[in-house]
Every structure is written in structure tokens, then in C-alpha cells.
Design a protein around this ligand. Structure first.
Ligand SMILES: Nc1ncnc2c1ncn2[C@@H]1O[C@H](COP(=O)(O)OP(=O)(O)OP(=O)(O)O)[C@@H](O)[C@H]1O
Length: 660
């Protein structure tokens, strides 16, 4: 399987459409290539990490890391888990040695009552050792149980601290999203399991060592017998774990598609469109097709696991038989006494039980280690996508200057913004206009600091923004985006989240003032709980708003933020005429505020200080409205097209047409 992956697992394979497929989908109805072929997996190098020796080499490091995590989470519970388990192991040794003494006394010559009396002290020691061992194992289990939720909490905090710190551009990288899914899907949950397994492994190994010590004291030749009995089970367990993980790797892309389809079929947001376009059969058909491939892969896995298990069981049986044969031989050859042989049998059972624990936890640890590696890889990747926040302090700006700024989205050849130079000054209203896909939103995101330019420099008052404190820079920016998220909070929270850390003594508009400025106040007080209404239908007493009502609320959030640079990307697309008028009244020139306005409704940019017209990522025209309308070019063409919609269609014919 690994060979196939290495042969075909190149990144450029991802971009190529499958042979025989077309923009309308695969002509023959066969599944999309990523559903069957591992080459579509982005993280193909993972497979190389799954060989037994690769994992075995990582194991000590992993154990150290797991224990360090446990230590950082709770020292007391870590010490208790390991300390109590190790002491329980020592009790095993005592118990076995005492048992050996009991048997020696019982098998000695002499009257039975004398033999029993002689064995009594050793019997008491053996009983005490067993009791102490049981008590300590239970206490260790309690400490381990306490560790688990604490570690889960720690790990979740680390993951979400990383996902919220990465740059926005990370989410355009499909590899990042895939790793994030994998880390959230299994990786995160397995970290506590790694700690659990590490403690169990230590416990199992201590148990085996304790038994081995007892057996060696009784007779050294019994030690290799123990090893012989253990090896086949360990090999089988590791092989099964590796297969399971490889299967998971192969399935991840299919599963992501299944989640995607499941979300489309069972989601309030998509329910209407699914019905309007009668997509039910289409979606169910796609889902079933992937399910069929998924089930076939599962069946293959179960079959191969069963075969491996069967082989392992046969070899284990033979090994155990061999151990008994060796013991019989030693007994017959008078190498060991009967009492020692009987103790060896008991020790063998105890050792096998400890070995089973050690092997089972090695097995789980092996598998969990692979998932845990996903979690760590994701954190590493997230770190690479995270910029240091610190830098020079950012005083309120006078000018923002873009110097030959470009941006290429990941894995694209054509720049979305191409060598753009412009200057924004405090108190100006600047408009970006152009046809769909011309780069306006991307340019606005660059100005807002959401993306770093891939070429050129952005300077705030002459300083490269890369050198400035990111938090300070972001706090001077508000964006009214054309794509907003319906936060499932109350109305008030939906507005105040725009500047949730504003202290009461700091200046800024009140919630109501912001809502009034965007004509949202009246509609809010009409809601059943006014400003306290929860905006999510999926919770009790939750309400939803219309598209335009949401846009008013989102605009109120942007104004509540009260930032020096306000970027408005289609802020009125869903607003009615009255709300639009109210918003644009508010977006007038203000001496302290710079406004970047993106809109297709050119009537709204007439009063802008400067208008930049974009085409294919470049600025092709600039000037005031009157200047641009007075010249031939894209702006006049777009403006006249829009204006023609307001001219009477059946009015008097144009002079040229009136001529006979
Ligand atoms: N996240 C992204 N990843 C890759 N390409 C993108 C991404 N976002 C936008 N693009 C591409 O960049 C180009 C510019 O897109 P942008 O959204 O900036 O255009 P726009 O002028 O704002 O369009 P519209 O008027 O439709 O909002 C388009 O070709 C678009 O397909």
C-alpha cells in the first residue's frame, strides 16, 4: 500500500481532473478519484511514519512527552498513577516469592500438619501482598481516572488557541484544513488515551519485570520461557494497529466528503435550497456511493485483521505449548524442583496477564501515537501559520500607503491583486469599484491586515506593517464584510462582540446608538425579548432575522467597534432603501475616520473623495466621480449601464431615432 502512495502521491496530482471526467462529473458514473485513490491524500508522507521501527523509535520520546503533559496537568495525579502502579508491581514480586515458599514447605517431607504450620507465615505474607496489590491498583485507577478529563481540557485549550491564532490565509490552504479536521476528529481525543496507555504500559512492564524478578530468583532458566510466550501476541497486536491506522488515512478524504454531504442533508441553513432544487435524490445517491466504497474498505480491513489475529493465535498457542514442554523437561531432568515448577506456572499466568496489559497498551499506544502525531503535526503547522503578534506600537495613523502590493492565493498562478499602489489619508472616503472577481475584497483584506501581501509593502505612517504590533493594528480596523456569520448570541452580544473588551470608561457609541445608526433599533425592540433576544432558532426562545435585518445588525456591530479605519464591503447589498439611506448618512466624511467603501451601486460612491476602478487585480482608473464620468472607460460604462435602468423605457425616442 505504501509503495502505491509514494509512487503517485505528488501534490500536482490533486489539481488534475481524472481521466474520463468532465466539468459535468464522471461520465461513467464511477466515483470521483479521491474516493478510491490514496494519491488524493495530501499527507502521503505519513505512511512512512507508520512502520513498526519508525514508531518504536518514537515511543520513548512519546512516553516522555505524554508523561510531561500529565505532569504539567496534575503532578499529584501523575505521581499517584505511576507510584501506586509501581508499588503494586513490587507487591507482585513479594507475593510470588511468598507463594514459592508456601509451595516449598507444602511439598517438603514430614507430617501434613507440620508442613501446613511451616507454610503459614509465608501464606500470610502472600495474602497481604495480594491485598496490598489489589488496593494499590484500585487507587492508581482512581488517579488515572482523574487525570483523563484534566488532560482533555488542556488539549482542547491548546488546539483552539492554535486555530484562533493562525493567519486567515491558513484557511485557504487545503492541507491545513485537512490536518485540522484530523486533529479534531481523532487526534485531540487520543491525547488523553496516549497518557492512559503510557501509564498502563509502565504498569504492565513493571508487572512483567516483577514476575521476571521472582522467576529469576526461583530459577534463571525460566526467564527465556516467559519471553517465548509473549512475542507472538505483541507482533500480532502491532500489525493490527498499523493496518487500522493506514485504513483511517485512506478514508479521511472520503469521510470529509461524507461529513460535507451529511451537513448539507441535515442542516437548517441548507434545508430550503435542498428542497427548492429537489436535491434529495442527488445528495442521497452521492452519499450512498461513498458509503459503498467506505463499507467495502471496512470489510477488507476486518478480513485482514481477522487473518492476522488467527495467525497470531496459532503461533501463540504453539509458543505456550513449547514453554510447558521446556518446564516438563527441566522437571524430569531434575534441573528444577517441583515447588519451583509449580510457582513457575503461577508466575507464568501472572506474567502473561501483565504482558497482556503491556502488549494491549503498546498496541493502543502505537495506534494512538499515530493519531497523536496528527495532533502535534497540526499544532506545528498552525505555529508556522501564526505570526508573532508583538512589534512596534501603533499610534493612530495619518496615512496608509500601499506600494506595488500583490497577493497570490495559495496554489493560484494569477494574482488576485496585482501591483497596486494607493494612499489612504485620515478622514477620507475612498471607494473601490469594479466587476465581480476584479480583486476589491482581496485588496480590502490586505488593507485591513487580514492577509499579508505576497509582493510589495503596506506602510502605516511610513512603517512597514510587518514591523507593527498586530493587535494594535487590528484594533484600529473595523470591517463590515459581505460574508458575515450569524453568531448564535443575543442581539446585544451580536453588537458588543465588535468591541467586547471596551471598558465602560472608554469612549465609543452605545449599543443603541450603533443600532439606530443602521436603522436596526426599531426592528430590535419589536423582537420578543428586544435586545436580549437570542438569535438562533436551534435554542429555546431563539429567533431568526431576515437577511436585511441581519445586515443592519452586522453594520451596527461594525459601527460599535468605532475604529479609525472602517472597511465596508457591500454594506448595503441586502438593505432596503430606508436602511441604506440611514447607513450612508452615517458613513459620511468624518475627520477622524477613514472609510474604504466597496459597492456595485455606483450612486453610493458619488461623494467619495477618490474612486479606484479595478480590473483583474489592477487599478485601471482613479479620480472623483465627476472626473471618471467625464472620461471614456470602465467606470463610465458601468455607471451608464446602471443609470439606464432608471431611465423611462417608453419615453420620447432619442433625437436620432425621431428623425424620419
Ligand atoms: N480564498 C480564496 N482563494 C483563492 N482564490 C480566491 C479566494 N478569494 C478570492 N479568490 C479569487 O481572487 C479573485 C478576486 O476575488 P475578490 O473576492 O477579491 O473579487 P471582488 O472584486 O471582491 O469580487 P465581487 O465583486 O464578486 O465581490 C477572484 O478571481 C477569486 O476567484
Amino acid at each position: 500500500m505504501a509503495a502505491v502512495i509514494h509512487k503517485t502521491g505528488r501534490d500536482d496530482d490533486h489539481a488534475k481532473p481524472a481521466a474520463g471526467s468532465s466539468p459535468d462529473g464522471p461520465a461513467d458514473g464511477t466515483p470521483l478519484p479521491e474516493l478510491a485513490d490514496l494519491a488524493w491524500l495530501r499527507q502521503t508522507t505519513k505512511v512512512a511514519h507508520t512502520s513498526f521501527w519508525a514508531v518504536a523509535r518514537r515511543l520513548p520520546h512519546l512516553l516522555r512527552e505524554a508523561l510531561a503533559l500529565a505532569w504539567a496537568t496534575s503532578r499529584r495525579d501523575t505521581v499517584a498513577s505511576i507510584g501506586l502502579n509501581v508499588t503494586a508491581g513490587v507487591m507482585t514480586t513479594f507475593g510470588l516469592l511468598a507463594t514459592s515458599n508456601v509451595l516449598r514447605e507444602l511439598f517438603a517431607s514430614g507430617p501434613t500438619p507440620d508442613r501446613v504450620r511451616a507454610a503459614a507465615p509465608a501464606l500470610v505474607v502472600a495474602a497481604l501482598a495480594v491485598m496490598a496489590r489489589g488496593g494499590m491498583t484500585i487507587a492508581a485507577g482512581w488517579a488515572q481516572g482523574r487525570l483523563r478529563p484534566q488532560i482533555n481540557y488542556e488539549v482542547e485549550s491548546r488546539l483552539f488557541a492554535a486555530t484562533t491564532a493562525v493567519e486567515l490565509a491558513a484557511f485557504d490552504d487545503a492541507g491545513f484544513t485537512e490536518e485540522m479536521d484530523r486533529a479534531r476528529d481523532r487526534g485531540m481525543a487520543e491525547v488523553a488515551a496516549v497518557v492512559d496507555d503510557s501509564v498502563n504500559l509502565v504498569t504492565g512492564v513493571v508487572g512483567v519485570l516483577a514476575t521476571a524478578a521472582a522467576v529469576t530468583v526461583i530459577h534463571p532458566v525460566l526467564l527465556p520461557c516467559l519471553l517465548l510466550a509473549a512475542v507472538p501476541g505483541a507482533v500480532t497486536a502491532v500489525r493490527i494497529a498499523r493496518r487500522t491506522y493506514l485504513n483511517m488515512l485512506a478514508r479521511i478524504t472520503r469521510r470529509r466528503r461524507m461529513w460535507m454531504l451529511a451537513t448539507l442533508m441535515a442542516n437548517r441553513n441548507t434545508a430550503a435550497e435542498v428542497r427548492v432544487y429537489q436535491m434529495r435524490d442527488f445528495l442521497l445517491g452521492e452519499y450512498r456511493r461513498i458509503m459503498a466504497i467506505e463499507s467495502a474498505a471496512e470489510m477488507r480491513l476486518v478480513r485482514s485483521q481477522t487473518t492476522t489475529r488467527l495467525g497470531g493465535a496459532v503461533v501463540s498457542g504453539v509458543a505456550l505449548f513449547a514453554v510447558y514442554a521446556v518446564l516438563a523437561g527441566l522437571l524430569l531432568g531434575d534441573v528444577i524442583a517441583l515447588a519451583a515448577a509449580a510457582t513457575a506456572l503461577i508466575a507464568l499466568q501472572s506474567a502473561l496477564a501483565s504482558l497482556r496489559t503491556a502488549v494491549a497498551s503498546t498496541n493502543s499506544l502505537y495506534e494512538d501515537a499515530l493519531y497523536y502525531q496528527d495532533f502535534r503535526d497540526f499544532l506545528d503547522r498552525a505555529r508556522r501559520h501564526t505570526r508573532a503578534t508583538g512589534g512596534r506600537p501603533v499610534p493612530p495613523f495619518e496615512t496608509i500607503e500601499l506600494d506595488e502590493v500583490s497577493l497570490n492565493y495559495p496554489a493560484t498562478d494569477t494574482p488576485a491583486v496585482d501591483r497596486v499602489s494607493l494612499t489612504l489619508r485620515r478622514g477620507e472616503v475612498v471607494a473601490l469599484v469594479g466587476e465581480n472577481g476584479s480583486g476589491k475584497t482581496t485588496l480590502a483584506k490586505l488593507v485591513a491586515g487580514l492577509y499579508r501581501p505576497t509582493g510589495g509593502v503596506i506602510r502605516w505612517d511610513g512603517t512597514d506593517t510587518a514591523l507593527l504590533d498586530r493587535h494594535g493594528l487590528g484594533s484600529q480596523v473595523a470591517v463590515l464584510s459581505q460574508d458575515w456569520w450569524k453568531f448564535p448570541f443575543t442581539v446585544t452580544q451580536n453588537i458588543t462582540v465588535g468591541r467586547h473588551d471596551r471598558r465602560p470608561d472608554q469612549p465609543g457609541p452605545t449599543v443603541e446608538a450603533a443600532a439606530r445608526a443602521t436603522a436596526a433599533h426599531d426592528m430590535i425592540v419589536d423582537l420578543p425579548y428586544g435586545y436580549d433576544t437570542l438569535l438562533d432558532r436551534e435554542f429555546k426562545n431563539g429567533q431568526d432575522l431576515s437577511g436585511g435585518q441581519w445586515q443592519r445588525l452586522v453594520a451596527a456591530r461594525g459601527l460599535y467597534r468605532d475604529a479609525r479605519l472602517l472597511i465596508c464591503d457591500e454594506p448595503s447589498a441586502a438593505l432596503d432603501a430606508r436602511a441604506e439611506h440611514a447607513l450612508f448618512q452615517h458613513l459620511r466624511r468624518h475627520p477622524e475616520r477613514t472609510i474604504v467603501l466597496i459597492t456595485h451601486r455606483l450612486a453610493n460612491v458619488r461623494h467619495a473623495d477618490r474612486i479606484y476602478v479595478m480590473r483583474r487585480g489592477r487599478i485601471v482608473q482613479q479620480g472623483s466621480h465627476d472626473e471618471l464620468v467625464g472620461r471614456d472607460g470602465l467606470y463610465r460604462e458601468l455607471f451608464e449601464l446602471q443609470a439606464s435602468g432608471y431611465l423611462p423605457q417608453d419615453g420620447p425616442a432619442a433625437p436620432a431615432e425621431r428623425r424620419p
